[in-house]
Design a protein around this ligand. Structure first.
Ligand code: 5GP
Length: 200
C-alpha cells in the first residue's frame, strides 16, 4: 500500500520573520483557511508565555532533555536563540511531507539555512520571509504585545535588524503592513508553488 494516500507531493514551507512581525498570526489564519495544511510544533527550552500550551504552541522541555534529543538526531534543525534552544522534530515533518501534506515551519534564519542545506533537492520546499513595514512599527508591535521587558524588546530589535539582512536568502518576501493582506500574499505564494509542482 502507498504511504502517500493523497498521491501528491507534499510541501515544506519555511516561514521566517523577526520576532513581532506577525508570523504566528499569519500561520494561524492560513491554517483556518486551509485546515488540511499543518504547522510543525517545535521543541523549546524557554518557559511558556501566558496562554501557551505544551504540545500546541511548543513542546516545552528542559535544556538537558533538549540536548538528549539533539544527540539522538531527533531534530531536522535546531538553533540557540535569545539564550534558549529551539528545534524542529524531524520525524513528524518528513513523514507528513512524504505523505503529501503541506507542513509550515515558523523558524529563525539559522534554522532555515540548515534546512536549505539538508532537505533533499528533489523534495519540495518553499521559503518565505515576512518583513515588518519598518523598525519603528516593529518596536510598537513588540511593546504592545506586552510579553517582553524593555531590554528584551531592544535585544529582539537588534537581532531583527540582522535577520532582515538575511531575507535575500529566501525565495519570497512579504511585507506585513496589513495582516489580512499578508495572509493572502503568503497563501498565493504557497498555492502557486503547489500548482508549479503539480505541472512538473
Ligand atoms: P518565540 O520565543 O518568540 O516563540 O520564538 C523566538 C524565535 O524562535 C522566532 O524567530 C521563532 O520563529 C524561532 N523558532 C521557533 N521554533 C523554532 C525552531 O524549531 N527552530 C528554529 N531554528 N527557530 C525556531
Amino acid at each position: 500500500m502507498s504511504n502517500n494516500p493523497k498521491n501528491q507531493q507534499g510541501l515544506l514551507v519555511v516561514l521566517s520573520a523577526p520576532s513581532g512581525c506577525g508570523k504566528t498570526s499569519v500561520v494561524e489564519r492560513l491554517l483556518i483557511r486551509h485546515p488540511d495544511w499543518m504547522r510543525s510544533v517545535s521543541v523549546t527550552t524557554r518557559l511558556p508565555r501566558m496562554g501557551e500550551e505544551h504540545g500546541s504552541h511548543y513542546y516545552f522541555h528542559s535544556k538537558d532533555e533538549f540536548l538528549k534529543m539533539k544527540d539522538r538526531a531527533e531534530f531536522l534543525e535546531w538553533a540557540e536563540i535569545y539564550g534558549q534552544f529551539y528545534g524542529t522534530p524531524k520525524d513528524f515533518v518528513s513523514r507528513q511531507v512524504d505523505q503529501g501534506n503541506v507542513v509550515i515551519l515558523t523558524i529563525d534564519v539559522q534554522g532555515s539555512k540548515q534546512i536549505q542545506g539538508i532537505w533533499g533537492r528533489d523534495r519540495p520546499m518553499l521559503s518565505v520571509f515576512v518583513l515588518p513595514p519598518s523598525i519603528k512599527a516593529l518596536r510598537e508591535r513588540l511593546t504592545n504585545r506586552n510579553t517582553e521587558t524593555p531590554e528584551e524588546i531592544e535585544r529582539r530589535i537588534s537581532i531583527a535588524q540582522d535577520e532582515i539582512k538575511a531575507a535575500a536568502l529566501y525565495e519570497k518576501t512579504v511585507i506585513n503592513q496589513n495582516l489580512d493582506q499578508a495572509v493572502l500574499e503568503v497563501e498565493e505564494i504557497i498555492m502557486n508553488k503547489l500548482k508549479e509542482r503539480s505541472q512538473t
